[in-house]
Design a protein around this ligand. Structure first.
Ligand SMILES: NC(=O)c1ccc[n+]([C@@H]2O[C@H](COP(=O)([O-])OP(=O)(O)OC[C@H]3O[C@@H](n4cnc5c(N)ncnc54)[C@H](O)[C@@H]3O)[C@@H](O)[C@H]2O)c1
Length: 381
């Protein structure tokens, strides 16, 4: 089935996957004038009904119901990572544009096939994270592009905590292939790194053996144990085509939590980005080194307030909706997500095979959003 292209008016959205994150998405998508959420579907139609009713969405049912709905032009895929590629592919086959939660898929082959399928059908494919479209990251990009920290040399990032079993009532998928800190939270950090430094050409990584099983800590099934099938504490080194390098720690194992260390070092100053999971956060810039700087000086940071309208999850789908009407491409594109997946898969390969992995994928530069970008504006007539 194909969907008749419209030239104006809000873009019709169907959400597939009515789990935990769908609440936040539906909160936001139902407030953007340029989109209209018309259907929610899930393998569990009762869950879809509850979410639809909670957010005033008129129709609900199975994933196939969403795909058969002529008013749905854009499918927002909020299923679990192992289902992403199949659900996105079915939506493309049904003639719908697709916005997918991260990652684009859990292995390279099906993700690459998805990009080819979208291109062949003339449909758009966009992928989370859309935190990179938030005022915090966009402000950091503008500071860097202004030359305020000089030429980019390196980055160090730390995202560590005890693991998502702390808060997720069904955390098994977060410890199965397609999960773990690399595939679950890695997309935030790695997408930011690629947007700042450009494509990665080489990856190495190490990880200790993971604890073989975890226990669900919250919700109706608290106390149940489940197996762990992925590395849970990973140190990765990336080398970019530009010659810059980064070191990244991603962990679901540490009793102490550090959610927000992302330092970018230029030739004249350093920048500290905000929390990867927040759309709006302060950015910090260091003072430049001078002749009077001392070895043991504590860093002095100046705050830079984020510029732009506060947004949340769903802004990437909104950007895509506008691109559909304008005949353009989404900023958070499938190609960018494929390169990020290739980095994650290469980190896995490097750990398993104890070697440095060369990458062949790349991605194009993504422009910074205009400062007056407003998700709450009605721009489509
Ligand atoms: N939970 C979070 O805090 C969070 C934050 C950001 C991004 N995400 C991403 O959002 C996605 C969903 O996460 P979640 O926490 O909402 O998961 P969840 O397990 O709470 O919900 C997933 C939903 O998808 C449905 N589903 C699974 N396979 C399906 C299929 N083949 N067809 C239709 N429905 C299917 C399940 O029935 C379930 O209702 C993941 O990719 C995750 O990485 C989650």
């Amino acid at each position: 089935m194909t969907t008749a292209p419209l030239s104006h008016g809000p873009v019709g959205i169907g959400v597939i996957g009515a789990g935990m994150i769908s609440d936040t998405y539906l909160d936001n998508l139902t407030r953007f004038p340029d989109v209209r959420v018309v259907h929610v579907g899930d393998l569990d139609p009762e869950r879809a009904r509850q979410r639809a009713e909670q957010h005033g969405v008129p129709r609900f049912g199975t994933p196939d119901d969403v795909l058969a709905e002529p008013e749905v032009e854009l499918v927002v895929n909020l299923t679990i990572p192992a289902a992403h590629a199949a659900v996105s592919s079915a939506a493309l086959t049904a003639g719908k544009h697709v916005w997918s939660e991260k990652p684009i898929g859990i292995e390279r082959e099906s993700a690459k096939a998805l990009i080819e399928q979208a291109d062949a059908a003339g449909l758009l494919l966009g992928v989370a994270p859309d935190t990179v479209l938030g005022p915090a990251f966009q402000t950091a990009r503008r500071v860097i592009e202004s030359g305020a920290i000089g030429d980019l040399m390196a980055a160090q990032t730390v995202l560590q905590y005890a693991g998502p079993d702390l808060f997720h009532p069904s955390p098994e998928f977060l410890f199965a292939p397609g999960g773990g800190p690399v595939f679950d939270v890695g997309p935030y950090i790695l997408t930011e790194l690629v947007l700042l430094f450009g494509p990665v050409v080489r990856v190495s990584a190490v990880a200790p053996p993971a604890r073989p099983q975890r226990t669900i800590l919250v919700g109706d099934r608290a106390g149940e144990t489940f197996p762990v099938g992925v590395p849970t504490h990973v140190s990765a080194l990336l080398e970019f085509a530009s010659g810059a390098v980064s070191q990244t720690l991603l962990s679901f194992e540490t009793p102490v939590s550090r959610q927000g260390i992302f330092e970018v070092h230029g030739t004249t100053a350093s920048l500290q980005l905000g929390d990867h999971n927040l759309f709006t956060d302060n950015v910090l810039i260091s003072q430049a080194v001078t002749a009077s700087s001392k070895l043991r000086d504590q860093p002095v940071w100046d705050e830079i307030a984020p510029q732009g309208v506060d947004v949340g999850r769903g802004v990437g789908a909104l950007d895509m909706a506008r691109a559909i009407r304008a005949g353009g491409q989404p900023l958070a594109s499938g190609r960018l997500a494929y390169h990020v997946l290739d980095i994650m898969a290469s980190i896995d390969d490097a750990i398993r095979e104890h070697r440095t992995v060369e990458l062949t994928s790349a991605t194009d530069p993504v422009p910074v959003l205009p400062e007056d970008f407003d998700p709450y504006a009605s721009t489509l007539g």
